[in-house]
Design a protein around this ligand. Structure first.
Ligand SMILES: [Zn+2]
Length: 138
């Protein structure tokens, strides 16, 4: 029984190289070293065992502020710390790069919205003023 020759398709987790590996059943391994890149060369039937459950690209940090505008007449979609803001009344965002003069750069946003709290509609908002925008009002 030991002399049965089998084969399996292997795929590299790093470079994606695929190849058929033939060998004696008794020498079978789920995983080899990729001949192209030295990555993990895995029997495709067992691939799921070796794939990272949470690839680094999925563990993104939730952005502080996301403003999406589908077209020129759309209502902007606003996400603050990953939570969508509805019933918005003001969405303002400004940013300027640093120029030669000091305190020329800055960042500001105003997100005003209404939130129902115990049947009463409350005005809420997120607001930031940094750099040149710090001097604009107040
Ligand atoms: Zn490889």
């Amino acid at each position: 029984m030991d002399e049965i020759i089998g084969h399996a398709i292997y795929k590299c987790l790093c470079c994606g190289y695929r190849d058929k590996v033939r060998g004696k059943r008794k020498d079978y391994k789920e995983i080899y070293v990729c001949p192209k890149c030295n990555g993990a060369f895995v029997d495709i039937y067992h691939l799921h065992k070796y794939q990272t459950k949470n690839p680094a690209k999925d563990i993104e940090v939730t952005p502080l502020l996301v403003i999406e505008l589908e077209n020129e007449t759309a209502v902007p979609k606003v996400f603050y710390q990953g939570k969508e803001i509805t019933r918005k009344t003001i969405v303002a965002f400004g940013w300027e790069t640093k120029k030669a003069d000091v305190e020329s750069d800055g960042l500001m946003y105003d997100i005003d919205y209404f939130e129902p709290v115990d049947g009463v509609t409350c005005r809420r908002g997120y607001r930031l003023r940094r750099g040149k925008f710090s001097f604009d009002d107040e």
